[in-house]
Design a protein around this ligand. Structure first.
Ligand code: PEP
Ligand code: MG
Length: 759
């Protein structure tokens, strides 16, 4: 059964659109379960109906015609209860509802299972038999499994508009539903534009569908590529004549025959004429042939599917050499890819990039950091984005919530256009705050620093009115290098950063790799990387790497004296003691080497692991300051992977458990007379900033784009109001209530425009 399941899922995933996928599902499930009928209904929330989308067993003409109101019939019962309904004689059931003309009267046994994605009902999968015998447990399990597996694919095909007829009552125009896809907020802002799908070369399945400008040109390009491949194969075969046995050489002949026979070519041409460009046509043709071969029972023939794929890749390589295949970038380009590289960003002409969507990566991927520095809204980790089907479509990236809207309706577009306008107005409106202090109505000052990781964002940071750098993530220069950067190279970078803000403080964090940040030249393979070898654990295990970095930082600080040194991922006091020893050693050795007494920097510890919260008193006694990394702290306290879009809704630093942890850290730091700040994303969230102010944080550090807003928040409240709000919130035990309460407070203070920047 498992093998059948796997095959069905694989085939469905290769189907060109959802209509075909649904047709395939009903065919295959009917076969696999030896039933007399299989149908799939999808739920149309616009018209409040379950619509028959595909069937094997009912009258084919009833597809799109049979529409049951939500809650109507047995299908409605499955949807209503969100659980399977298994009956030996459906027509006897009270909720049975006969649809004339469908031909369902011949069937008795009924099994319907809900198709659910992220708690939302997408539809119902039904099987029936003529004989009135209940389905057994293994059949029930099979149906539940297949419905659960298919749900993701259906959800995303729907979101990308891949379902025809779902929302059309007969004779009605299609109403786009605008269900967004959920990814991760990568860089704030709203980007509205045209999707340009970029893809790695020689990856057939990454190729998007695209309308050809001139089908004839596409056909010619195909034939030229085929000729080039044939020539290559002949040359290869001639070269290997003396090396390979005859049966292996015969394979080359078989390749040439296949290319000559027209089996592939005719199909490619058909796909082009049906409206796809040559690369998309090639992808579909190769996938079709691979499938045919894979389904053959003969293992030898089944393995030939690899040869077909190989041939496809060879043709593709020639097609991609053709400059005509380079994407054209519209004025408002939203770059979409499985993995966006810095080169892909660079290829978009200046001023035309309005957003990016990547199916991989997270907030901490360096593309996200780059986008934040460039002010380009980004959604990362949009795992289920149907990349191959959206090239050229209008797309909205909401970099605040991590949502992506494909082919939005007029209403949704207008709403986002309004938001985008408001953003620009807000930014302009806040520019006057630049030189004003971040000071509450009752005169409490709280310095605002910025988080950085790039030399490129230093200038905008200086212009933002920030009072220093609260977190410089040094891993970025390590990530873009080809090997560990040397002391001199690091010195240059740190010096530039320290100089640009001197005499204001600059906090350089020691290398925090591991977790999701792996260096290409220092790969770490772990099952659980966030609980593994990361941050200080790596640098203490590699003093040779740590010492080079410490020396570079201390040297950069010479005659400037504004360095604050921050240790990441501390989970026990021994890590701090060992780090302090290495810092003292580097300081001592350098002072001797250079013959000068170097300044001693302030040293701080990041509080981002629950263990550090509970030992913040012991930690505070050892160092000069504490800095709370709320991104990791939230992840570890709530057990929510910060990079997993499936649980993105659960990640909220306003969770009561996080708030209590922060209070404890503030209390412990202040008990020992040490400063404490927040440098995670929470500090840039207007709702959270009020609470951090109320808690008595000594400073906040955030991305540069968020700084003016937080300054506005601080200047709009008194410390006393913030304390009152904090106390009110501490009496609440539900994160949603807390957010709602703070949202109201922002609105009442006239800061409603900031609410989107939250979370
Ligand atoms: C954090 O964890 O909150 C933090 C600031 O560090 P990073 O996001 O780099 O892990
Ligand atoms: Mg962290």
């Amino acid at each position: 059964m498992l093998e059948i399941l796997r095959r069905i899922i694989e085939e469905v995933n290769c189907a060109p659109d959802l209509d075909q996928a649904l047709a395939l599902i009903v065919r295959r499930v009917k076969q696999a379960m030896s039933v007399d009928l299989c149908s799939v209904y999808l739920t149309d929330y616009v018209n409040h109906q379950h619509v028959l989308m595909a069937t094997e067993g009912l009258n084919p003409e009833s597809v799109g015609q049979v529409r049951l109101g939500i809650g109507e019939g047995l299908v409605g019962l499955v949807g209503e209860r969100n659980e399977p309904v298994n009956l030996d004689d459906a027509p006897q059931h009270l909720r049975y509802r006969y649809c004339p003309g469908s031909g369902e009267e011949q069937y008795h046994a009924f099994l319907g299972v809900p198709i659910v994605h992220h708690r939302k009902l997408l539809g119902v999968l039904v099987v029936q038999r003529r004989k009135p015998i209940r389905f057994d447990e293994s059949e029930l399990s099979f149906m539940i499994t297949i419905a659960a597996q298919l749900a993701g694919g259906i959800a995303h095909a729907e979101a990308s508009g891949g379902v025809s007829g779902l929302h059309q009552s007969p004779g009605e125009p299609s109403i786009p539903e605008n269900r967004p896809l959920q990814g991760l907020a990568g860089a704030p802002g709203v980007g509205i534009g045209t999707a340009v799908v970029v893809y790695p070369h020689a990856d057939l399945n990454a190729i998007p569908d695209r309308q050809p400008d001139d089908p004839e040109q596409e056909e010619n390009a195909f034939y030229t590529a085929v000729e080039a491949v044939k020539k290559d194969i002949r040359a290869l075969s001639a070269r290997l004549e003396k090396v390979l046995p005859a049966e292996e050489l015969a394979l080359f002949e078989a390749y040439i025959m296949l290319l000559d026979s027209g089996t592939l070519s005719n199909r490619v041409i058909e796909h082009i004429r049906a409206g796809n460009w040559v690369q998309g046509a090639l992808r579909d043709t190769i996938n079709e042939h691979v499938r045919i071969f894979q389904e053959m029972d003969d293992p030898y023939l089944s393995e030939r599917s690899d040869d077909i794929r190989d041939l496809g890749l060879r043709i593709l390589a020639y097609l991609q050499e053709n400059p005509r295949t380079q994407p054209r970038y519209p004025d408002q380009t939203v770059l979409v890819a499985e993995e966006i590289t810095a080169t892909m960003l660079a290829e978009v002409p200046a001023g035309q990039l309005t957003g990016i969507v990547s199916t991989r990566g997270s907030r901490s991927s360096h593309i996200a950091i780059l986008c934040r520095a460039m002010g380009v809204p980004a959604v990362m980790g949009a795992k289920n984005l149907p990349v191959s089907r959206i090239d050229g479509r209008e797309i909205i990236t909401d970099g605040y919530t991590g949502r992506v809207y494909i082919s939005p309706s007029d209403e949704v577009r207008a709403e986002f256009a309004r938001l985008s306008r408001e953003e620009t107005e807000l930014a302009a409106g806040l520019s006057h705050l630049r030189d004003l202090p971040a000071e509450t109505g009752d005169g409490v000052r709280i310095p605002l620093y910025i988080n950085s990781g790039l030399i490129a964002d230093i200038a905008p940071s200086r212009d933002s009115g920030a009072e220093g750098i609260g977190l410089y993530r040094t891993e970025f220069p390590f990530l873009v290098a080809e090997h560990f950067p040397g002391e001199e190279q690091q010195l240059q970078i740190y010096r530039t950063v320290l100089e640009s803000f001197a005499p204001q403080p600059v906090t350089l964090r020691t290398l925090d790799v591991g977790g999701d940040k792996s260096l290409p030249y220092f790969p770490i393979e772990e099952d659980n990387p966030f609980l593994g070898w990361r941050g200080i654990r790596i640098t203490l295990d590699h003093p040779e790497i740590f010492l080079v970095q410490l020396r570079a930082m201390l040297r950069a600080n010479h005659r400037l004296g504004n360095l604050r040194l921050l240790l990441p991922m501390i989970s026990s006091v021994s890590e701090v003691d060992e780090s302090l020893q290495l810092i003292r050693r580097a300081h001592h050795e350098l002072s001797e080497e250079l013959g000068v007494q170097l300044d001693r920097p302030q040293i701080g510890v990041m509080i981002e692991v629950p263990a550090a919260v509970y030992q913040s008193d012991a930690l505070a006694q050892r160092v000069d300051f504490l800095s709370i990394g709320s991104n990791d702290l939230t992840q570890y306290l709530l057990a929510v992977d910060r990079n997993n879009s499936r649980v993105a809704d659960l990640f909220d630093s306003l969770h009561p458990a996080v708030l209590r942890a922060l209070l404890q850290v503030v209390e412990n730091a202040h008990r020992f007379g040490k400063e404490v700040s927040v440098c995670g994303e929470m500090a840039g969230d207007p709702a959270a900033a009020i609470l951090l102010l109320g808690m008595g944080m000594d400073s906040l550090s955030m991305t540069v784009s968020g700084l003016p807003r937080i300054k506005w928040v601080i200047r709009s409240f008194t410390k006393q109001q913030a304390v009152t709000l904090l106390n009110e919130v501490l009496a609440m035990d539900d994160v949603h209530m807390i957010r709602q309460h703070l949202t109201q407070a922002l609105e009442q203070a006239g800061l409603g425009g900031l609410i989107r920047a939250g979370k």
